[in-house]
Design a protein. Structure first.
Length: 203
């Protein structure tokens, strides 16, 4: 059972001006498609072939670099597209807002912590908001295409509900070296309804 490149839930140009059309097009049709094809090659004909992507990454011990890098890349981007929207931005409401206030003090304090994780990740990687094993929210970051589903990712294991790609391929065409500006503008397209749905499912 091969994984399938998901369609974007909006058009390539719909996140303008915060994320540009060319970046979205290349990111989806080249980068994400590449991870999808390569994870499928890595699991074909093995016992991993019928596992869900979440189970595959949770079982991954890090030594199978094809599964680690491409399975991570497949999952991370599939999540990333859904937690953005042309109608995004603002702040969460309801149970997620309460949980953010409880964990971080306020939305602004959460935003500062998440932004710091994104800006200080050296080289390529991701910033995350996760629901940890105790059902609590945490911010963390991981290198490359690792993520908090993986036991060795260097942060608490948990379920990502918000992720930000800070690989240069995610922002360089529009922002060049200005990663902090990309991180700030990301908050204009966050789909908090989807993040809330993922929080409800994970907590
Ligand atoms: Mn990417």
């Amino acid at each position: 059972m091969a994984f399938k490149l998901p369609d974007l839930p909006y058009g390539y140009g719909d996140l303008e001006p915060y994320i540009d059309t060319c970046t979205m097009l290349i990111h989806h049709t080249k980068h994400h498609a590449g991870y999808t094809n390569n994870v499928n090659k890595a699991i074909a004909g093995t016992p991993m072939d019928d596992m869900s992507i979440e189970a595959l990454l949770a079982a991954c011990d890090g030594t199978n670099t094809a599964v680690r890098n491409n399975g991570g890349g497949y999952y991370n981007h599939a999540l990333f597209w859904t937690i953005m929207s042309p109608n995004g931005g603002g702040q969460p409401s309801g149970a997620l807002a309460e949980a953010i206030n409880s964990a971080f003090g306020s939305f602004d304090q959460f935003k500062d912590a998440f932004s710091a994780a994104a800006k200080t990740r050296f080289g390529s990687g991701w910033a995350w908001l996760i629901v940890n094993a105790d059902g609590q929210l945490e911010v963390c970051s991981t290198p490359n295409q690792d993520n908090p589903l993986m036991s060795f990712a260097g942060c608490s294991q948990g379920t990502p509900i918000l992720g930000l790609d800070v690989w240069e391929h995610a922002y360089y065409l529009r922002y060049q070296n200005r990663r902090p500006a990309y991180v700030e503008n990301f908050f204009n397209v966050v789909n908090w309804d989807e993040v809330s749905n993922r929080y409800q499912a994970a907590k």
